[in-house]
Design a protein. Structure first.
Length: 76
């Protein structure tokens, strides 16, 4: 399992959430990222879903931060 770094800075968390928000809302046009964050406070399923979106943002950030890194698109 890929983990988001331990205790990311506020700026870093904001950047990760910003990317996750855009992509989540693109994939789920009927709901907002804020809705997911609210539900994550109450259900383990939504908490896991939120964690997965933030982990995806962190993976994307690491991949694009490496000079010369190949872009790998997810197929699913």
């Amino acid at each position: 399992m890929i983990q988001v770094e331990d205790a990311p800075s506020t700026d870093r968390l904001h950047e990760l959430e910003s990317w996750a928000r855009v992509e989540y809302e693109r994939c789920h046009p009927q709901e907002s990222f804020d809705d997911l964050k609210r539900r994550a406070q109450f259900t383990k399923e939504d908490k896991g879903l939120l964690r997965h979106w933030l982990e995806a943002a962190a993976r994307r950030d690491r991949r694009t931060a490496r000079p010369g890194a190949a872009s790998v698109e997810s197929s699913g």
